[in-house]
Write a protein of this length. Sequence first.
Length: 183
Amino acid sequence: IDRHEVTHRQYQAFLLATAHPPPTYWNGKNPPKDMENVPVLAVSYDDALAYAKWAKKRLPTEEEWEKAARGADGLRFPWGNDWQPGLANTRELGKLDPRAGAALPLPRGSFERGASPYGCMDMAGNAMEWTSTEAPAAVGDRVSLFRVLKGGSFLFDGRMCQAGARLPENPLLRLMGVGFRCA
């Protein structure tokens, strides 16, 4: 599994090489200024899958993602079993965009002490990440095929960013706190 989430810079290279549409918050195929090393956000499952195929990689399964985050000991958080403020970019960190009054994602690898036992960065907070794992979900009177998100985001309370937590989500959605990493 990749050590880091896919950044705006990496995603831009993919967009420039393909006809894939950019995230809605971009200016055409250009990411927001000074965000090159920040995880790309607001990508659907299909967007993440297209990038992974282009990069000759794939999206990790939920199990692979969780092993990379928890290590062999099955830790609750990448660094241990207790929540420790300041080891991940979560809502209580208070990093707000003064223009939008909202929380911000931070450059990948901003929390070295929050690395997983395998050296994977930002597996708690920053961007919630798509996995390839299917999750059937009832939507009204029918069952839809969702995909599992892992890791919490900068929009979540830190205690909600436990490595074992999972969120089945509609793969068509492009949510602001959601990005991905490859395997």
